[in-house]
Design a protein around this ligand. Structure first.
Ligand SMILES: C[S@@+](CC[C@H](N)C(=O)[O-])C[C@H]1O[C@@H](n2cnc3c(N)ncnc32)[C@H](O)[C@@H]1O
Length: 349
């Protein structure tokens, strides 16, 4: 299998264990309420695993609405903040320190939610694990929040990131697309929230960038120069009122099925999703993109069982899938809502 993009290797992910990164992490804008509501709708009342929970924003906001949440992170400093943050002591919320690839869990889960974290995990081990941990109808929800939506501002910021980042391997790739391309994930639907206003100060904007792996204060060679250039770029490209900058945050969820890469016999297989097409599975319900006054956009992909021979493994055709215990699934290209916000490109910090 094609290796994971090198810019997402654990070498860079390890920055989330740095005290300096953890100290400013809370400055990131919250996920839009609409995104949280949609995640709750996808796992009504059930058991959730928050994978790569960081300071636990998703876990703490989801816990009051579901049966239980287990939240795992490899970074103890992140978990330490999570436990002490508002809602971190709920009885149905358990904090687990460890790597998703080998930590001890309490399955089954109705949903595994990965907020800005899936790209840091070991592929395919983590995906394999997720497939085991989810019940027959459980879903993996890949959640992302984007706060650089202004293309002009991004144009000014990109050279600053490129000059100062300690990650020369970084490439602006979409984790969902990379997982799909490797046959590790079958998406079933997508929800893009309406933009939510976020008005940080210049200091907060600087700290948000120090909370990312690539610009971690303790890792980049010249943090003061980075902060200065960032301030200049922001001040010249964004409008400010009373010391606060007008930004917007958009939350995106793509939910679907993780695909265990190999059976014990070494054959590639994909999980059956045809059984998800029943009335009792809310996430297979087709929805129209919504109008301006309603909530954000939800587009569900029709999954079709197929014995197509177009897929290949190691250059060879994968044939006779019908004889596998699990049947191959072809899904059409994921649709996006035309009315949704234009995304400035992935940052996946
Ligand atoms: C960008 S943060 C996202 C945190 C949180 N989910 C959020 O939405 O704000 C990525 C987190 O994934 C964690 N992480 C990276 N690799 C991991 C792994 N293999 N197992 C568990 N956690 C991991 C990092 O320690 C970090 O806290």
């Amino acid at each position: 299998m094609e290796p994971k993009p090198p810019g997402w290797s654990m070498t860079y992910g390890a920055a989330f264990g740095d005290t300096e990164v953890v100290r400013v992490y809370h400055v990131r804008p919250p996920y839009p309420d609409e995104t949280i509501t949609e995640v709750i709708r996808l796992a009504p009342g059930g058991a959730i695993l928050d994978a790569g929970c960081g300071i636990g924003e998703l876990a703490r906001r989801l816990a009051p609405h579901v049966e239980r949440v287990d939240a795992v992170d490899v970074s103890e400093p992140m978990l330490s903040v999570a436990r002490r943050s508002a809602g971190g002591g709920r009885r149905n919320l358990r904090w687990l320190q460890g790597a998703v690839e080998d930590a001890t869990f309490d399955p089954p889960y109705d949903m595994i939610v990965a907020g800005d974290s899936i790209h840091w995990f070991g592929w395919p081990q983590a995906v394999n694990r997720f497939a085991e941990l989810l019940g027959n109808a459980g879903v993996l929800a890949i959640v992302h929040r984007e706060w650089h939506l202004d293309e002009d501002a991004l144009e000014r910021l990109r050279p600053v990131f490129a000059r100062h980042s300690w990650n020369p391997d970084f490439a602006p790739l979409e984790p969902v697309e990379e997982l799909e391309r490797r046959g590790l994930f079958v998406p079933l639907g997508e929800h893009v929230s309406r933009p939510v206003r976020w008005t940080p100060t210049l200091d907060e904007i600087v700290d948000v960038h120090f909370s990312t792996s690539g610009c971690a204060r303790s890792r980049i060679p010249h943090p003061e120069a980075f902060a200065r250039e960032l301030r200049e770029a922001v001040a010249t490209s964004l409008s400010e009122v009373d010391g606060r900058y007008e930004l917007e945050v958009v939350g995106t969820i793509v939910w679907g099925r993780p695909v265990a890469p190999k059976t014990r016999e070494g054959r590639r297989f994909r999980r059956v999703v045809s059984d998800l097409k029943s009335d009792t599975d809310p996430w297979t319900e087709s929805r129209r993109p919504v109008g301006p006054e309603s909530a954000g956009a939800r587009v569900t992909i029709e999954a079709q069982v197929s014995d197509s021979k177009s897929d290949t493994e190691d250059g060879k055709q994968v044939a006779d899938r019908k004889s596998d215990t699990e049947t191959a699934v072809d899904v059409g290209p994921r649709q996006r809502n035309d009315e949704g916000p234009a995304r400035a490109g992935p940052s996946f910090p």
